[in-house]
Design a protein around this ligand. Structure first.
Ligand SMILES: C[S@@+](CC[C@H](N)C(=O)[O-])C[C@H]1O[C@@H](n2cnc3c(N)ncnc32)[C@H](O)[C@@H]1O
Length: 270
């Protein structure tokens, strides 16, 4: 695990990273020219990606608020955190209960650097720099165990990240590794790009840019493949849906959901 040994070279300023491209879509400033060029290439093939990123953040906010306020969850592991932005997981959860604890996990060293600078120093949050393709060291990490009590329910979040995990790296198995550490009544929440029924050209073209340029490819998966990630969980209403359709705060906003080709769901561990 890189941790303290991260160097400027590790920031990969030579190639676009998913974290910094996503920051650019969201209007952030924590990205380099190489990220902006690749992100613009994605946006010219699929202009809806900017909306998709905003809808994903909105789903993250609604899901965490549901988990804290309605499901009573007080501990969160947010895998594939991204760069700090508005409405981070601890801000949403701690608006419900100031003692809620959040462990952030990301393999991009720039995420760790920014999170170290921006996270509150009250001991309710931490950030671990690690690759989720190897879940063991994350689940055994002493910083995680300082905040997470696995005898109590935990929500594990994989928001807009599992499409960066290739089939050969077994996304199903790594989600199950987290599931198997948690008690019944724990939760899984995730979002994942899919092969859309409309505008499929945009999704495929966007994925091609990641494949040819970025530090990770992006893999479109079918609704069936995404639903299978919830093995061992019961989906809460409304099940696996397009981002705007998951418990919208303004119901009409969900009407054109399938133009946003990312699916999402929240499940309760059996
Ligand atoms: C599109 S961003 C999503 C950020 C945030 N979860 C959200 O939904 O707003 C994907 C994040 O996953 C991280 N990521 C990609 N592959 C990863 C891996 N193998 N291990 C840990 N993090 C990874 C990237 O560095 C990036 O920060």
């Amino acid at each position: 695990m890189p941790d303290e040994r991260s160097t400027i070279r590790d920031l990969r300023t030579d190639r676009p990273t998913p974290a910094r491209m996503y920051d650019y879509y969201l209007g952030g400033k924590d990205n380099f020219a190489v990220d902006r060029e690749a992100a613009e290439q994605v946006l010219s093939a699929a202009p809806e990606v900017r909306i998709l990123a905003q809808e994903n953040r909105a789903f993250l906010g609604r899901a965490v608020r549901y988990l804290a306020a309605e499901a009573g969850i007080r501990q969160f592991i947010d895998v594939g955190t991204g760069l700090p932005t508005q409405g981070n997981v601890h801000e949403v959860a701690q608006a419900v209960d100031a003692t809620a604890r959040v462990v952030y996990v990301d393999n991009d060293p720039i995420v760790r650097a920014h999170a170290d600078a921006l996270l509150p120093s009250d001991g309710t949050t931490t950030v671990i720099e690690a690759d989720m393709r190897d879940p063991g060291p994350i689940l055994d990490h002493p910083d995680l165990h300082r905040l997470i009590d696995f005898t109590e329910p935990v929500a594990v979040l994989f928001m807009s990240v599992l499409h960066f995990i290739a089939d050969e790296d077994d996304p199903h198995g790594l989600v199950a590794a987290f599931r198997d550490r948690t008690v019944p009544g724990s939760y899984l929440a995730l979002s994942h790009i899919t092969s859309p029924e409309v505008n499929s050209g945009g999704a495929a073209a966007a994925a091609d840019v990641y494949k040819s340029r970025a530090t990770s490819p992006a893999i479109l998966r079918t609704p069936k493949e995404i639903g299978a990630l919830f093995d061992g969980y019961d989906l809460v209403d409304p099940g696996l849906v397009y981002l705007p359709q998951w418990r919208p705060t303004i119901p009409d906003a969900a009407a054109d959901g399938d133009s946003v080709w990312m699916l999402c769901a929240v499940g309760r561990r059996q």
